[in-house]
Ligand binder design. Structure first.
Ligand code: NDP
Ligand code: 8X3
Length: 253
């Protein structure tokens, strides 16, 4: 295979899905991951006319599932050039004293430990080959704590710390490490955060022209197509209407 191979977690919606589409059209073969098998199948069907696609159906929280899924890759797919650690969500938005422990577990297990489990199976190959590019999707929530964000913010601060740590530890091997920290992106993110409450999710973006998942995909494509000696290390990306986690210019209805 002369195309590069990109491994994308959370490819069934939002940023991961938009990135899969853009990388498929730009000379990448794809390994697409997620829990929703039906979506993975239809995305594979759609993108297979453009590029080679393999899907892996696993929950990043489950260490054994992560290990088995990645071990099942055919040998010609094991040389992963680009790892995009994107799977993640917020679960709930409550003051700490009212937080739900199941939501806390989900955020720490998915956003932090899931990212580590996946990386553990892929990074040693990059080290051996002395090449590769890891892109971790953090958040503005990993740069600024906001009211009621507590544990989601903690999970994304952890992603930022792990990203910095990876960049330092993998420096001797010529592996690029990039952190991308978006502000408001309209995806299924708010629907998941508010447990399916579509009205509440819609209100998050009321009066704002938020980022689209395609905007982040564009930045990912730019990032992975820089010359060998260039790495975009860390980026905060806002819609123009946003200036900080909580400073958002909203147009009146
Ligand atoms: P979506 O909800 O649209 O996508 C989340 C993706 O993560 C889905 O593909 C989902 O797939 C996958 N995922 C969630 N839980 C698991 C799990 N346990 N195991 C495997 N995959 C899982 O949201 P976004 O596209 O917005 O989110 C992508 C990333 O961007 C996240 O890390 C999020 O924190 C981050 N982010 C989002 C922002 C936003 O405003 N939207 C802003 C800043 C950062 P499936 O359900 O099929 O498993
Ligand atoms: C998603 C952006 O501001 O809801 O990570 O935390 S925010």
């Amino acid at each position: 295979m002369d195309k590069r191979i990109a491994f994308i977690t959370g490819a069934t919606s939002g940023i991961g899905l938009a990135t899969a589409h853009l990388l498929a059209a730009n000379n990448f073969n794809l390994i697409l991951c997620g829990r929703r098998a039906d979506r993975l199948e239809s995305i594979k069907k759609e993108l297979s006319s453009t590029t080679k696609v393999i899907t892996l159906n696993f929950d990043v929280r489950n260490k054994q599932e992560v290990i088995s899924a990645i071990a099942s890759l055919p040998v010609e797919w094991k040389k992963i050039d680009v790892l995009i650690n994107n799977a993640g969500n917020a679960h709930g938005l409550s003051p700490i004293q009212q937080g739900d422990a199941a939501d806390w577990d989900a955020m720490m297990d998915i956003n932090v430990k899931g990212l580590l489990y996946v990386s553990k199976e892929i990074v040693p190959g990059m080290v051996e080959r002395k090449s590769g590019h890891i892109i971790n999707i953090g958040s503005i929530a990993g740069k600024e704590v906001y009211a009621n964000g507590n544990v989601y913010c903690a999970s994304k601060y952890a992603v930022d710390a792990i990203t910095q740590g990876m960049r330092i530890d993998l420096n001797p091997y010529g592996i690029k490490v990039t952190g991308i920290h978006p502000g408001m992106v309209e995806t299924e993110f708010s629907l998941v955060r508010f447990k399916g409450d579509a009205e509440r999710a819609k209100n998050v973006y009321k009066g704002v022209n938020p980022l689209k998942p395609e905007d982040i995909a564009d930045i990912i494509l730019f990032t992975v197509t820089r010359p060998a000696h260039v790495v975009l290390a860390d980026m905060i990306v806002f819609p123009t209407a946003q200036a900080s986690a909580t400073t958002v210019k909203r147009d009146p209805a």
